[in-house]
Design a protein around this ligand. Structure first.
Ligand code: PLP
Length: 426
C-alpha cells in the first residue's frame, strides 16, 4: 500500500506487515487485534503528547534484517562477530545525531528516554548523590525523582517548580535550592511544560554550585533539530532525547554529551544498564535523524507549533486556561476546572467521542493527582496526518462542547469524519 507521508511529502510504502497472511495463519488473535487497533487509530483523533506516526522509511528500517543481529558493544569493539554492517549503520546514526544537534558525542543505543536518563545519572553520579529537578507535581518526569522509579530510590531529589502567577519556571527558586542543597546534578526539561528552559541560566546556576547540567528534551528534541527551540547542547553536559516523539523515529532514546564525558556515557549504557542494542532500532534512528535534517521536516515541526498555538487559543476562548498562557512547543496543558470538570472527567468525555488526550495534574493543583485539574495535548500525530491550524481550532471547539456537557453523539460523528479524512489509505 502506498502512503504519501504528510510531513515530508515523500511517497513510500508504509505497508501493513501486521495484516500478512503469515501472521493471520500463525496467530489470528493477534492479527485481529492489530487490525482492530489500526481501525481504532483511523477512526479517532490522537492528541496524546508523546505519540506520533513513525515515518514509512523508519518502519521499513525497523522491519529490516538488522532486527536479528546481536551486536553488544560499540562499532569496532563488539563482543559478537559478523558486525561490520551493523557497525556501519550505527556509525551513520551516530554521525547524523552529532551533526543534527551539533554535539561532540552521541550514543544511539538507549531503548527509551528513561533508559537514557538512567545512563546519564549512572555516568555522572553515585547512589545517594543529590539531584535538583523539576518536581513531578509541576511537570517533571518519573525519572526525575519519583519514589516508584529507580531515580527516587537511588538519588536524593529536590524539586523546583513554576511560579503560581505566570506558570513559568522560577529561576530564583532554582538558584536558591541549588545553593542550599549543592546537588551533584541539575536536570532541566519536562513532560508538560509548554515553554523552553533558559539553558544559559541553568548552566550559570550549575556552574555556581559545581553541578552537572542534564537537559531532558525527550518531548522537544524535534524542535531543537528543526532550529525552532534553543539548543541545550552548548550548555548541558548531557542531553537526553526520545526518538519516537516529535522525531517520528523508532521508540527509543538518544544521548548527547561533551567529548569529555563520551567514554563514561558509553559505558553507562553498555555494559552498565543494557545488553546488546536493538540494531533495527539503531538503523531506524539513523533514518529518522536523516529525515529530521530536511527542510520538509523543519516545515512539519513549525506546523506542530502553529497547530498547538491554534489549539491553545481555541481552548482559552472556550474558558480553559492554557498553562503559561499559550505554548512555544507542540504541547498544550490547559486548566479545565474553570468549566467545572476534573482532568479525569475531561479525558473520559473526550475519549467517549473519539478524542484521545491525557488528564494532567497542574502545578498547585487542589484536585487529587489521580484526577487532576488539567488536560495535556500534543499535535505531533495529527500534524503528521496533515491537519493544520484550522482543524486544531475546530478540535478545541469540539472539546469545549463535550466539557460543557453536550451529549457525545454529534461531536463523535464530527470527530470520526475528521479522523477518517486524515487517516490516509488503510
Ligand atoms: C517521554 C519522556 C520520558 C520517557 O520516555 P520513555 O521513552 O517512555 O522512557 C522521559 N522524560 C521526558 C521529559 C519525557 O517527555
Amino acid at each position: 500500500m502506498t502512503v504519501t507521508d504528510a510531513a515530508t511529502g515523500s511517497t513510500a510504502t508504509r505497508g501493513r506487515p501486521w495484516a500478512s497472511e503469515a501472521l493471520h495463519r500463525a496467530d489470528p488473535q493477534i492479527a485481529d487485534l492489530l487490525a482492530a487497533e489500526a481501525e481504532r487509530r483511523a477512526e479517532t483523533i490522537q492528541l496524546l503528547a508523546g505519540e506520533n506516526l513513525t515515518t514509512p522509511a523508519v518502519l521499513a528500517a525497523l522491519a529490516g534484517p538488522l532486527i536479528d543481529k546481536y551486536a553488544e558493544g560499540y562499532p569496532g569493539r563488539r563482543h559478537h562477530t559478523g558486525c561490520a554492517l551493523a557497525d556501519a549503520a550505527e556509525l551513520l546514526a551516530i554521525d547524523r545525531a552529532r551533526e543534527l544537534f551539533a554535539a561532540p558525542h552521541a550514543n544511539v543505543q538507549p531503548r527509551s528516554a528513561t533508559s537514557a536518563m538512567l545512563a546519564a545519572y549512572a555516568a555522572l553520579l553515585r547512589p545517594g548523590d543529590g539531584v535538583l529537578a523539576m518536581s513531578l507535581e509541576h511537570g517533571g518526569h518519573l525519572s526525575c525523582g519519583s519514589r516508584a522509579n529507580f531515580s527516587g530510590r537511588w538519588f536524593e531529589f529536590t524539586g523546583y517548580g513554576v511560579r503560581e502567577g505566570d506558570g513559568l519556571i522560577d529561576l530564583d527558586q532554582v538558584r536558591d535550592l541549588a545553593r542550599l542543597h549543592r546537588p551533584k546534578a541539575i536536570v532541566a526539561g519536562s513532560i508538560s511544560h509548554p515553554r523552553h528552559p533558559d539553558w544559559a541560566a541553568f548552566r550559570e546556576i550549575a556552574d555556581e554550585v559545581d553541578a552537572y547540567l542534564i537537559a531532558s528534551v525527550a518531548q522537544t528534541a524535534g524542535l531543537v533539530a528543526a532550529g525552532l527551540a534553543p539548543s541545550p547542547v552548548p550548555y548541558a553536559d548531557v542531553t537526553v532525547a526520545a526518538t519516537h516523539k516529535l522525531l517520528r523515529g523508532p521508540r527509543g532514546g538518544l544521548l548527547l554529551s561533551t567529548a569529555e564525558l563520551a567514554e563514561r556515557i558509553d559505558r553507562a549504557v553498555f555494559p552498565f544498564s543494557q545488553g546488546g542494542a536493538a540494531m533495527n532500532e539503531v538503523a531506524g534512528k539513523a533514518v529518522a535523524l536523516a529525515e529530521a535534517a530536511t527542510p520538509a521536516y523543519r516545515a512539519y515541526a513549525q506546523r506542530t507549533v502553529d497547530g498547538a498555538r491554534a489549539l491553545a487559543a481555541g481552548l482559552a476562548e472556550a474558558g480553559m486556561r492554557p498553562l503559561t498562557g499559550g505554548t512555544d512547543t507542540h504541547l498544550v496543558t490547559a486548566d479545565v476546572s474553570t468549566l467545572g470538570v476534573t482532568g479525569l472527567e475531561a479525558e473520559r468525555r473526550c475519549a467517549a467521542a473519539g478524542l484521545l488526550l491525557g488528564k494532567c495534574a497542574l502545578p498547585y493543583d487542589p484536585a487529587p493527582p489521580a484526577e487532576g485539574s488539567g488536560i495535556r495535548l500534543g499535535t505531533g500525530t495529527v500534524t503528521s496526518q496533515g491537519m493544520g491550524e484550522a482543524e486544531l481550532a475546530g478540535i478545541a471547539g469540539l472539546i469545549a462542547r463535550l466539557l460543557a456537557g453536550e451529549a457525545p453523539g454529534p461531536v463523535a460523528e464530527r470527530v470520526r469524519e475528521l479522523a477518517l479524512a486524515f487517516a490516509g489509505p488503510r
